[in-house]
Design a protein around this ligand. Sequence first.
Ligand code: ADP
Ligand code: ZN
Length: 718
Amino acid sequence: MRYYQIALRQVQDTYTWASESALNVGDLVEVPFRNKPKIGVVVLEVDEPEFKTALVTQTFETKFIDRLYINLALYLSQTHFTALSKVLTLMIPEAFWTKAKPIKHITQFKLDEELTLEFLKHPTQKGYFEYLNSKKGLIWEDQVPDEFKNTHKTFLKKTFLKAIKSSIKTEHSLNLAPAKSDQNFELTPAQASALKNITNNSKGKLLWGVTGSGKTEVYKHFFKTLQTKDSEAQFLFLLPEIALTPQLIKAFQNMFPGEVAVWHSNLTANEKVQVWARVKNGDIKVLIGTRSAALVPMPNLAAIVMDEEHEWTFKNEFNPRFWTHELVEFLAKEKNIPYVYGSATPKLRTYHLVQTGELDLVELPDRVHQTALPNIEIVDLKQEAKRGNFAPVSKRLEEAIRHAFENKKQVVLFLNKRGFSGSAMCRFCGDAFGCDNCDMSLKLHRSGNRSMLICHVCGAMKNFPKCCPACKKEEFNYRGWGTQQLESQLKELFPETKLFRADRDSITGRYDFENLLSEFKNTPQSILLGTQMIAKGLDFSDVALVGIVMADVGLHLPDHHAEERVYQLLEQVSGRAGRRHTQGQILVQTYQDELPLFTYLRAHDTKGFMQQKYNEHEKLKLPPFSQISKIIMVDPSKASAFALCKSLHANLVAALKEQNLNDNIEATWAPAFFPKLHNKYWFYVFLKSDDAKALNKFMQSFDWPKGIKIDVSPVSLI
Ligand code: ADP
Ligand code: ZN
C-alpha cells in the first residue's frame, strides 16, 4: 500500500489517502471525502500514517498536472502563506474539479497507406477513399460528411482507418484566426542585434527599450527562433492588461497562425477549460495572458516574456499575493529556459537584478522609425491659475492642439481621473461630501443634466444635493478635474472636433474599447482623451501631440514608490506621440514643475532617474535593498482591528527578542493611510529587514493568528 497527500478544491488542508497501485504527483483522482466522492490532485507521496486512511477510488488521468507546476504551487503556498488547495484552484479551471472530463475529446484518423482504390468494391467506399485522399488521408471524427458516416464506421471496423490523435473539440474559434492587416517586419539592425543578445544564452534578460523601439517584433522573433529548433516548444507571453492590446495579439497571431491563445480572468468558464486543455495537449504554442496565465501548466514551456514588467497589475492582490516575476523566475530556473523582462521604465527591483548581474541588459535606445523622441514641455499650472484659468486645458495646451489640427494631426489627452471633478465642498461652511463607507471624498459625475456623487473605492452613489446638507446654501467649490470635465471644456473650445473618451464610465462592454480605438484611428483631426486605459501599448501614426492634463495625480501619496510610478506612467503616455515620421510633442501640465522627476522626464533620461531613485533607496535601506512585509488586519469593528494589530505587534516584538533577531528585523505598526474603506477598518504591521532570507525564515516559523492577511512584498505601504 502507498500513501499520498491529495488536494481537494475548497478544502483548506491536504489529507492523506491510500492506494494499492502507485500514483504520480499531479495525478487527477477521485477520493471519498466526508462520505462523498470528490476530485483531487495528488501532491505528495508520504509514509504510512498512524491514522486510518481511505482508499483512492479511481484515477482519471495520470500526470494531469506537470510536477513542475505542482512544485510551483507548493512554492507559492509556502512563500505566501496560502493553502495549497487555493493555489491549485487558481491553476486548474473549476470544471476539472467537478467533472473528470469536462471537455469532449475528438479523434483524428489516418487512412491506411497500403489501401488502394482497386481493393475496394462498393462505390461509396471508393467515394470515401477518394474523399480522404483529397484530405491527405486525415480526418477528424466530427468532420466526416453525412453521406460517408456509415462507410466511416465500416472503414474503422476493417481497420482501413486508424486513430492517431485525440484533441479537444472546440466550440468556438478562441480568436485563433490569423490576422490579415499586420505584417511581419524585417528586423532593423538594432532589433536584430537585440535578438542576438537575447538568444545568445539562457540567462534572464532585461530588454530596456524606449517606447516605439519595436520590442514586440523582437519578442516574436525570439519565440520563432526557438520554435525552429523545437517545433513542440511552447511560449508564455505575459502582459499587464489584455483588453488594451488587440494590435499586439494580432501581431502574434500573424506570426504563429492557429497557435496562439489568450488567457485572462474575464474568459468564461468554458473558454478557460478549452484554452487550458489546448495548452496542455500542446496545440497552443503561444499563450498570451495576464498574470494568471503564468499558472497555466505548459508542458513544453521553452521561454517566457513579460512585457511592461514594471506594471503593478503583475502583483496578485489576493492570496497568494505574488509578483508574477516570482513565477517567471521559478519556472525559468527549474526548467533552465530563457526569460525576458521588457520595459521602457523597469522596476527598481529589475534594475537591481541587472546591477547585481542576475540579469543581462539588452538595450533598444532608438525608435524603429528613427523619429526623434518627442519633445517634452512642462506647463506650470500655478502660473495658469494666477492668470485666472482654472479649467483643465491651459492656454498653451489649447494652442498646441490647434497647431496639431493645422497639420492635420490627431491629439491624445491623458487625465488619470474619471468623473467630472474631484471632491466637492460647500463654499460657505466647508462641509465636504464623503462616502459613508470609506474615508474618501465622493467624486462628482455628470451625464447630461444629471449630477451624481460617486465613491471611487466602493462605488456608493448619491444624487448631488441642491443645497449643502449642513448650512443649506447652494454654492459649491470643486477640487480637481476628471475626464468628463475635460471633455466638456474641449467641446466648448473645439465644437467641430470629434472627441473619443475612454474611461471606466464610457467603456463598459467587452469590445467597446477596441471599437473606440479603431474609430479614432479613422477620424482625422480628432482627440482621444482618457485615463490609465490609453497609457499603454497604443500605436497611432497620426498622433502628433500628447497632453498630460495633470501630472500630479498620485504624487502626493506618502509612498516611496509614488514618484517612480508617476514617472513610468508619464513616460508610457509620452510614448504615444510622434511614432512615425514626425517628432511628437508632449505637454505636461503640473503644479509641481520644480520636482527633479520632470527634469529627467524632459531629458528622456530614464536611467538618470532610476539611478537617483536607486541611490535614494540604498541610503534609506528601502526595497530592493531590504524587504518590507505587510500584515493586514481588516475588520468592521475599529476596536477589534486595532486590538488584533496591537497584540500581533507585541507578539512579534517578543518573538524577535526571544530569537535574538531584534537587531535584524524591525516590527512596526500603523493604521492604513485610508483607515476606513468599504465599511471596514484597516491596520498594518510591518516587518522590515535588509536580510530577506532571515525575515522569511522568521515569518515561516512564527505562529500567525487567524484573520490576518500577509503580503510579503506589497505594492505599496499605505
Ligand atoms: P514598443 O513595444 O517597443 O513600444 P512596438 O513594438 O509597438 O514598440 O513598435 C513600434 C512601431 O514600430 C510599431 O508600429 C511596429 O509595428 C513598428 N515596427 C516594429 N518593428 C518594425 C520593423 N522592423 N520595421 C518596420 N516597422 C516596425
Ligand atoms: Zn466608498
